[in-house]
Ligand binder design. Sequence first.
Ligand code: ATP
Ligand code: MG
Length: 213
Amino acid sequence: MESLDKKESLKFGIMGGTFNPIHYGHLVTAEEAFNQFKLDKVIFMPSAAPPHKKDEKIISADDRYLMTVLAVASNKHFSVSSLEIERGGYSYTVDTINALKKRLAPNSKIYFITGADAILEILTWKEPHKLIDFCDFIAATRPGYNLGKFREVFSYDDWQKFKSKISFMEIPALAISSTAIRERIRKGRSVRYLLPDNVIDYISKNRLYIEGD
Ligand code: ATP
Ligand code: MG
């Protein structure tokens, strides 16, 4: 985390997620955001306990953190933060961005990178209006994604405010999800080419996802 303490103004992308496990969908999205938005750094932020996944069994935060470190190790623009895991409890984006802002130079800019589907639910997140004042959003969509859904979810006034802070970014269709990867591992099917080899090796070595979820 030394990079966060440098007192220079930079453009940071924050890629939040459960990363249970991290896969190429996450990595391609971060890489595309890095290039399209000319970011200086992308910080992957594995959550402690995601508020919307309370009922799911999730493997330890340490395993999710270590797999994320393995996945980004070869990219000098990517790093991993343990801020949410160290804070513990439920991880709310507004608290995370607030904590990051205190550590960065005052004119640094934060872009929160997420799937467009997650943005559709942003009004259910903790303090969405405060959050949208704190940072910009990069919403990843698949080619042909229908933005019409956004007009249905937001009131006219909210949409006027939110749309100025959300940029949409088309990424190649990637039908990869952690849920599908966990299921494939449980069934003994190959997950090669869906996530980095060193993460697959870590999963096998530690016998993760073999039983339950
Ligand atoms: P799960 O299936 O357990 O929900 P997931 O694959 O959706 O896992 P998360 O850790 O929940 O992964 O996602 C972290 C972030 O990455 C979210 O913003 C999500 O929208 C985005 N994301 C997940 N999968 C993809 C993908 N294939 N392409 C682009 N973005 C993705
Ligand atoms: Mg998800």
